[in-house]
Design a protein around this ligand. Structure first.
Ligand SMILES: Nc1nc2c(ncn2[C@@H]2O[C@H](COP(=O)(O)OP(=O)(O)O)[C@@H](O)[C@H]2O)c(=O)[nH]1
Ligand SMILES: [Mg+2]
Length: 305
């Protein structure tokens, strides 16, 4: 077993095989996993952008166009594709791989598919841990693709710094039905397939729905894209950056970390877990400059035992 500290240094230095090994260690809870997680510097890590939406909306294609834009600017980007179906269903993984194949040979791009295990909407505690390892590896941006199947959009919103909901012009009816749940979680709406009829009307309808989340001044933005032609990727990235600058406040950080802590602790089967307590404790530690997610979770679990 390699020393987690050395492995971490290699990851930060951009050694991709070290990153791949670290992900395997964390995914399979091999020896050193906990040490590795606890030594991650998550305050300075790359932001996570969650890209979610119904199957076929064009998420993978959009991510591919975003990667092209980012790498043309010399940026480093990682993609974690979360497959909500069985880990044995390689068909869907292969589809995403083929679509992204033009990026597989680029040293500034790291793509990893993640099978989900057990969690209701597809996002397990493992996804949090793996994405944190990737976040610490010197990328400018980490993108997580999740298929919208009800609960998972809401889960990605607790995991991602910025949540992008990808819809298509025909999503109008869905949006009416889903207004309260899914619509609440997006920081940025993308109307993809804008080469189709109805895109402008749909954008107008979305604009009427866009209002800030509770406790935030950020008003969700709406962006039209044609992912197959790489149109709109530049604007999408600029808007992601704007959201990072304007909306990621300390209270938002405390919210996100408490969502993650809750899920990690829940996985460790701790009872009597209160999210509001978690948020307050985490907010205090963030203010005091002492917060580290995995140390916090370990101490919390020990205290409860
Ligand atoms: N017309 C059109 N088709 C698109 C666009 N973006 C993606 N597609 C197509 O939509 C299908 C589903 O795309 P995919 O990226 O796999 O969607 P995902 O399931 O959300 O990841 C593919 O056949 C894409 O080529 C677009 O902007 N316009
Ligand atoms: Mg996809």
């Amino acid at each position: 077993m390699s020393d987690p500290k050395i492995l971490l240094q290699q990851i930060i230095a951009g050694e991709r095989h070290a990153l791949a090994r670290a992900i395997t260690i964390v995914e399979n809870e091999l020896e050193g996993s906990s040490e590795l997680l606890k030594s991650l510097d998550l305050q300075k890590a790359a932001p996570i952008v969650g890209i979610t939406g119904p199957p076929g909306a064009g998420k993978s294609t959009l991510i591919s166009s975003l990667i092209s834009h980012l790498t043309s600017q010399g940026k480093k980007v990682a993609v974690i594709a979360v497959d909500p179906t069985s880990p044995f269903n390689f068909g869907s993984l292969l589809g995403d791989r083929l679509r992204m194949s033009e990026h597989f040979t680029n040293p500034n791009v790291f793509i990893r598919s993640l099978a989900t295990r057990g969690s209701l909407g597809g996002l397990s505690a493992k996804t949090i841990e793996v994405s944190d390892v990737v976040r610490a590896a010197g990328f400018d941006l980490v993108i997580i693709e999740t298929v919208g199947v009800g609960q998972s959009e809401v889960e990605i919103a607790g995991l991602a710094d910025t949540t992008v909901l990808v819809l298509v012009p025909e999503s109008g009816d869905e949006v009416q039905a889903l207004k309260s749940g899914i619509m609440e979680i997006a920081d940025i709406y993308v109307v993809n397939k804008s080469d189709r009829d109805g895109a402008n009307t749909f954008v107008k309808n979305l604009l009427a729905l866009a209002h800030p989340r509770e406790g935030s001044n950020w008003i969700p933005r709406i962006i039209k894209t044609i992912a197959t032609k790489k149109e709109g990727a530049e604007e999408l990235y600029a808007t992601i950056l704007a959201h990072q600058e304007e909306a990621i406040t300390n209270s938002r950080k405390a919210y996100l970390f408490s969502e993650k802590a809750w899920r990690l602790i829940q996985q460790a089967r701790t009872k009597d877990l209160n999210k509001e307590d978690l948020r307050i404790q985490i907010a205090n530690e963030i203010l005091g400059g002492t917060f580290q997610l995995y140390i916090f979770v370990e101490v919390f679990i020990k205290k409860k035992d």
